[in-house]
Write a protein that binds this ligand. Sequence first.
Ligand code: FES
Length: 285
Amino acid sequence: MAEQLRDVVVVLPGIMGSVLRDAHGDDVWKLSAGSILKDLLGRGKAIKRLQLPDGIGDDHPGDGVTAPALMPDMHVVPGIWTVTVGYERLLAWFRESFDVVEADPRDPDRVVNFVQFPYDWRLSNRYNARVLQQTVEPVLERFRSRPGNADARLVFISHSMGGLVTIFPDGHPGSADGQVVLVRIPERDVDLPAGREDWSVDGLLAYSKVCTHAGCPVGLFEAENATLLCPCHQSAFDVRTGATPVFGPAARALPQLPIEIDDDGFVVAQSDFHEPIGPTYWNRS
Ligand code: FES
């Protein structure tokens, strides 16, 4: 029997995990399982309509793009990259397991306990956070007004946004060859080569952001597989084992920066890199 929900549950998809619909009503970002490359190639022009103007900051461009739904399926480039995980199974499990009441436009006064929050992931986190607040606070207020619900909370089921932060050496913001990606994974999954036992802290790992294949920035992190990805030629690096290459043309691991937490609680480097950064032909002069 379905369990009663005592709180309001909000499902918050990951980046690219919401369908985007343009001003003409066309679903520009909604991909078919297993065919993302075909879809992307076929939608090149349409996807250009999602481009944001320069300097958009925390605003909305007013281009009529909406986010009507969570991604329905799992979208995979086999062997390369899980772009996003669809949410159908999660939603189905919730509906089976709990006494879920969802919004219905035909019944605007309905007291709901389950909210899906698709959002326009092109826009800033601040913008989307404001929309989220405006969406869920009235829902919680209404839910709490029901007898026995006064202490109800919002419970967020969130899909990781990737967890990648780019950091620079102190005093060198924007340094091309000094940039480092900082990622966090469960500490139990850290499996670094011998001699690096104290190079990570609390599951935090720091690696050079300069791809060892041809020097592009390694700018994507897929948390499910703990993999850093280089978009230039799809090299993938397993952060658990020292950013060892697991796919693509890169043959060398991303150099790791040993880190620690200082007395003030800041993440700091213990030393410089212990090996050259970038591709083997990189100009290090
Ligand atoms: S530069 Fe990264 S894969 Fe080629």
